[in-house]
Design a protein around this ligand. Structure first.
Ligand code: GRF
Length: 203
């Protein structure tokens, strides 16, 4: 499976996916390209260090559709079959979603549908929840809304700040995202309305 990863920043989830592909944990796959909407994204260097092609596609005052069209073209040129958003800080246009139906996934640092959008870990602390976590989901046109593939619960400690909680959730994000991409690569994922079912769990 050819994978394209979209980032805007640090790229730790991106690095986890690249490494899982390179060490064979995600079978018969290749990360064909990492695309950033920011030339300064730290993740670009991490991708290069791991031998993966990188591109910056900046928006430059263009409409979202035009910016997305350039990214879609780069992904299609490389025959990408699965698009992984990994800290990509933009909403995708309808055209983008239609170009890769049920083939775009994202990771979010909360148990969706709680705490959508920015600063999910701070939202969790401010609300006072006792557990939070992370979610891998398919991407649709609404923010942090598509069908849920996998979730991991992380306890919120009395001593936690938004930063310490974020760091603990992040460790679980890497494993959860890799597991979800592995299941997709192995053809184990079946979509039934809003429910995403694992074939192995059905037999
Ligand atoms: C992660 O917390 C992810 O859940 C969210 O953005 C952050 C990206 O971190 N969507 P990184 O760039 O993968 O290190």
């Amino acid at each position: 499976m050819k994978i394209g990863i979209l980032i805007s920043g640090r790229g730790s989830n991106m690095a986890a996916i690249i490494e899982a592909v390179q060490n064979g944990l995600i079978p018969d796959s290749k990360v064909a390209v990492v695309i950033s909407d920011k030339t300064s994204a730290e993740g670009l260097l991490k991708a290069k260090e791991r031998g993966v092609e990188t591109l910056s596609v900046v928006k430059k005052g263009r409409a979202r559709e035009e910016h997305d069209a350039e990214i879609i073209a780069e992904l299609k040129k490389r025959a990408v079959e699965l698009v992984c958003l990994a800290g990509y800080m933009r909403l995708l246009s309808k055209d983008f979603i239609r170009a890769f139906p049920n083939r775009i996934v994202n990771i979010h640092p909360s148990l969706l549908p709680n705490f959508k959008g920015l600063d999910a870990q701070r939202q969790a602390i401010d609300y006072g929840v006792k557990v939070s976590g992370c979610t891998v989901h398919f991407v649709d046109e609404d923010l942090d809304h598509g069908a849920i593939i996998a979730q991991k619960v992380v306890e919120v400690l009395d001593s936690d700040t938004a930063e310490t909680l974020a760091a603990r959730i992040l460790e679980h994000e890497h494993a959860l995202y890799v597991e979800a991409v592995k299941n997709i690569a192995e053809g184990n994922v079946r979509i039934s309305g809003r429910r995403v079912l694992l074939k192995s769990a059905l037999t």
